[in-house]
Design a protein. Structure first.
Length: 108
């Protein structure tokens, strides 16, 4: 799948970017280059390549064992009460009574 100039213009619009013609052409070339490289990687036979170690193999295990000399395991995920809505609204600089009011940050 190749990226078209229309795709680049669409994504730039979504990101609220104003690209020059030169920047659009460069982005088109770069994105297609990335996709070509991914296609080349997909051609490789990885059936005999063992899975790589994942971060969960080191951290967050609940068996209490240290892994790789690191003893900072994550705490158990236990549900607990959250801040009541009325308390949260007391901290709001501005609110409509139900939601926080924040300034608009994106202008078109």
């Amino acid at each position: 799948m190749k990226v078209t100039e229309k795709d680049v213009a669409y994504v730039a619009d979504l990101a609220n970017l104003e690209l020059t013609d030169q920047e659009r052409q460069r982005m088109l070339k770069d994105l297609n280059s990335i996709l070509d490289y991914i296609d080349r990687l997909n051609e490789l036979d990885t059936s005999n390549v063992p899975p790589m170690a994942q971060i969960s193999a080191k951290f967050g295990q609940s068996d209490g064992k240290q892994r790789d000399g690191n003893d900072s395991a994550w705490r158990e995920d236990v549900p607990r009460p959250s801040l009541p809505h009325s308390e949260a609204m007391k901290n709001a600089p501005e609110s409509d009574g139900e939601f926080f009011k924040v300034p608009k940050v994106i202008e078109r």
